[in-house]
Design a protein around this ligand. Structure first.
Ligand code: CRA
Length: 830
């Protein structure tokens, strides 16, 4: 076994009686031991939450064991590693995912039932780890799962926010935000590494010093904060490999503001120390927009500096020559948020390792790769030079130097085209002189990628055209993916069992392409029957949840039509609501005898609005106002219901997605870089109603246009439609907007500015011009739903075609084409 080269290790292994055992008695003993000694409750008297905590600790023990094995093995083999730097991770719950990946779910369920507990009930006790906003953050979590499962030598790095994404509370139909102090009752999954700490410096000045006759820059900081590591194990499925997500928390440093102590200002010095903890205290709740805030920049550097110190320490443990660095290290920048890492690596290599600029730059250019998640220029991070200069004076110098050398080089390549030079410069001149973080990242990275085909093309043709023309070889496409472990196996166990039964194997859980095998049975009446049953059970679960949350009873015969994602104008939840008003209006104006022909619908909307995003908040209120009207109208009854699901998060998604018949991904074409929600619905056999945007275009390639409901303007048509002087507002759209304006749903004045975004002359997101085609797609969905066999066949074909949208495919692609790493699998059968 590993670590047994010394007699001491051998003896310890024997003392510990080998590895933990997973038979029912051992698991029960373990759980009870944790009840008594970890949770410190009597083993004769503990409640569900305490049982959950003990259970979680017992699972964690097994994770730690595997994680030690994995790390020791990586150390021995010393493969090239990838370090995934992401500012956000939406991990959700860990319990079910862990025991499933460890392959011991049934054993635990059995052990618990012997103790008088039910696994599912205890699993519900766990809160979500919500250290992120939306798509980007959940993508990071899915990709970690794939990196572990595919045995890649990978580390994730991030920030351990004490307050995750706010909880959404709805009062009177309005969104209110409540802080999510998720660590309140402890977090059984993490391990604090008190010995893995690094000082992180801020402010101060840079002085030139003479070192052995050479000039060098020394940064004398004004503040030092300690970063402490918290490790979160990420187990792979069907492998013993368990990798680590290392999150940093701020702690006061002994060096923190020494001056204040020396001058006798003791009280103030203590208060100042506390500020250190603030750095990692709260997640910024906006996705897709940046703010030039000092705290945010501090978070970025704090996270980057600690991670780079950790990576370099690990490298130096085994190597003495930095020439080998690019052979051993790949650094992935997940969006621009961690791109200060470039300046930090340069600072360490030049100022501390004294490699000289050219050599350091050569190394930096070989290790970084960069994923862009933004679609529009306004979404790109720009950091004011003054802010950066005061917080990180040396980094500003380094960025200027990088830019100077880049622009000199550029002049040689393209001549004195000043417009182009200024567009490509890392420094943006203007009212507020700023650093363009994306430009910095592109200049230094060997590979830059978009997150879907159309997005990657858009980057080359529009956003970063100049860079593409300069370095076409740098640009790649890595279409996003989601993990089938979380999104089928954990969240939809009955579908999982059904798929395995018909494929005759569980191998698809690791080898997702096998799902295409379902195509052969899509028309088989037996499979269709069983498929419908699974959907029904999941709808029942969702219906119970809806009733508990909103008091609305919904019919299981109705089509469950879901749109859950962050609320954004470009995602057009408003188009959905206007469509619902239209449907309502039609039912009201119908002859009573005609009503029996209506396909009943339950419309489900959920998602959070950024706290400062007024229009998004109005959309949430409108949804509630319309729901209030419709759900209480006895004329309509079960033909139409509208419910808003509050506080949408990962664990709510796990409940909602398996129960959906139809889901909407209806962004104005050209605005969604990829979209990943659609992939989860697709895996669960939910039909999509969508615009040809982001990854939908590839979904169509995979399952065929006949198996989903497409509508709306295409990407290339959008600019022209926007130019039309007075956009066409179809009568039907004008009518529903009028209903809102006239106060049909109350809150007349409040909704005015919301209506203006559509009929105020601009209609930037093209709700008006897409309205007719949206209604047609909805009618097509109704028609298909009325034929259950046809619908079920489409549903089976959706799941069958979802394999390409697994994060396993994405990660393998990154590993092979971007990072140049290979699997490093602990030699055991899992
Ligand atoms: N908001 C995009 O908008 C994409 C995810 C993950 C986003 C989505 O279309 O699916 O990233 N962009 O690639 C983003 O976060 C900073 O930009 C998102 O989640």
């Amino acid at each position: 076994s590993l670590g047994s080269d010394s007699a001491k290790a051998e003896r310890m292994f024997r003392l510990m009686d080998g590895f933990l055992k997973n038979d029912s008695i051992s698991l029960q003993q373990d759980i009870l031991r944790h009840v008594e000694y970890t949770v410190a409750r009597s083993r004769f008297n503990f409640d569900d939450f305490e049982a959950y905590q003990a259970l979680a600790h017992s699972v964690r023990d097994r994770l730690i064991e595997r994680s030690h094995d994995t790390q020791l093995y990586f150390k021995r083999k010393d493969p090239k590693r990838v370090y995934f730097l992401s500012f956000e991770y939406l991990m959700g719950r860990s319990l079910s995912n862990s025991v499933i990946n460890l392959g011991i779910r049934d054993q635990y369920a059995d052990a618990l039932s012997q103790l008088g507990f039910e696994f599912e009930v205890l699993a519900e006790q766990e809160g979500d780890a919500a250290l992120g906003n939306g798509g980007l953050a959940r993508l990071s979590a899915c990709q970690m799962d794939s990196m572990a499962t595919l045995d890649y030598p990978a580390w994730g790095y991030g920030l351990r926010y004490e307050y995750g994404l706010f909880r959404q509370v709805i009062l009177d139909g309005f969104q209110h935000e409540q802080p999510d102090f998720w660590l309140n009752f402890g977090n059984p999954w993490e391990t604090e590494r008190v010995h893995v700490t690094y000082p992180v410096k801020f402010y101060g000045v840079v002085e030139e010093e003479n070192l052995n006759g050479e000039k060098c820059n020394v940064w004398i900081p004004g503040e030092v904060v300690e970063a402490v590591a918290y490790d979160n194990p990420i187990p792979g499925y069907g492998t013993r490999n368990t990798i680590t997500l290392r999150l940093w928390a701020g702690k006061p440093s002994d060096q923190h503001d020494m001056e204040a102590y020396n001058t006798g200002d003791y009280i103030n010095a203590v208060v100042c120390r506390q500020k250190a903890e603030n750095i990692s205290s709260v997640l910024y709740p906006d996705d897709r927009s940046f703010q030039g805030k000092e705290l945010r920049l501090k978070q970025q550097y704090f996270f980057v500096s600690a991670s780079i110190q950790d990576i370099i320490r690990r490298f130096k443990e085994a190597h003495s020559n930095f020439d080998e660095f690019p052979e051993k290290v790949a650094l992935q920048l997940n969006d621009t948020h961690p791109s200060l890492a470039i300046a930090e690596v340069m600072r360490v290599l030049v100022d501390k390792e004294h490699l000289g600029w050219n050599k350091a730059w050569d190394i930096a250019c070989k290790i970084f790769s960069f994923t862009i998640h933004a679609v529009i220029a306004e979404g790109l991070e720009k950091i004011p030079v003054d802010l950066l200069g005061s917080l990180l004076p040396r980094h500003l110098q380094i960025i200027y130097e990088i830019n100077f050398k880049f622009v000199e080089e550029l002049k040689k390549r393209i001549g004195l085209d000043y417009n182009r030079l200024s567009r490509m410069s890392i420094i943006e001149e203007g009212a507020v002189k700023s650093i363009r973080m994306a430009n910095l990242a592109i200049v230094c990275s060997h590979t830059v990628n978009g997150v879907s085909k159309v997005h990657s093309e858009l980057l080359k043709a529009k956003l970063f055209k100049d860079f593409y023309e300069l370095w076409p070889q740098k640009f790649q496409c890595k279409t996003n993916g989601v993990t089938q472990r979380r999104w089928i196996v954990v969240s939809n166990p009955s579908l999982c069992a059904l798929i395995s039964k018909w494929l005759g194997t569980e191998a698809w859980i690791r080898d997702v392409d096998l799902l295409t095998g379902l195509r052969a049975y899509a028309a088989d009446p037996d499979l269709q029957q069983e498929w419908m049953m699974v959907k029904k059970v999941n709808k029942m679960r969702l219906a119970e949840y809806i009733e508990a949350m909103s008091g609305v009873k919904v019919s299981l015969d109705a089509m469950f039509d879901v749109q859950t994602k962050r609320i954004h104008e470009y995602k057009r939840q408003l188009l959905n609501i206007l469509g619902i008003i239209h449907r309502y209006d039609c039912i009201k104006n119908m002859e009573k005898s005609q009503r029996s022909k209506v396909v009943p619908r339950v419309c489900i909307i959920g998602g959070k609005a950024a706290p400062g995003y007024e229009i998004a908040k109005k959309i949430i209120k409108l949804c509630h106002a319309v729901a209030e009207k419709i759900n209480n109208d006895t004329d309509v009854g079960d033909l139409l219901k509208l419910v808003f699901i509050p506080d949408y998060n990962v664990s709510v998604a796990e409940l909602v997605i398996p129960g959906a018949d139809l889901s909407q991904h209806i962004s104005t074409a050209g605005h969604e870089a990829s979209g990943t929600g659609s992939m989860k619905f697709l895996m669960n056999g939910c039909l999509l109603l969508a615009t040809e945007d982001g990854s939908t275009v590839e979904i169509v390639e995979e399952i065929g246009a006949d198996n989903l409901f497409l509508f709306g303007a295409k990407i290339h048509e959008v600019p022209k439609l926007r130019e039309e002087v007075s956009p066409k507002m179809p009568l039907q759209c004008a009518r529903v907007i009028r209903m809102v304006r006239d106060g049909y749903f109350g809150f007349k004045d409040y909704f005015e500015s919301l209506c203006d975004t559509v009929d105020g002359g601009k209609d930037f997101y093209l709700l008006g011009s897409d309205f007719q085609s949206y209604l047609e797609a909805q009618a097509a969905a109704d028609k298909a739903f009325a034929d259950p066999n046809k619908w079920t066949q489409m549903s089976i074909l959706s799941t069958a075609g979802s394999g390409r949208f697994s994060s396993d495919r994405t990660i393998r692609d990154y590993a092979e084409k971007t990072w140049g790493i290979e699997p490093c699998r602990f030699p055991s059968d899992g």
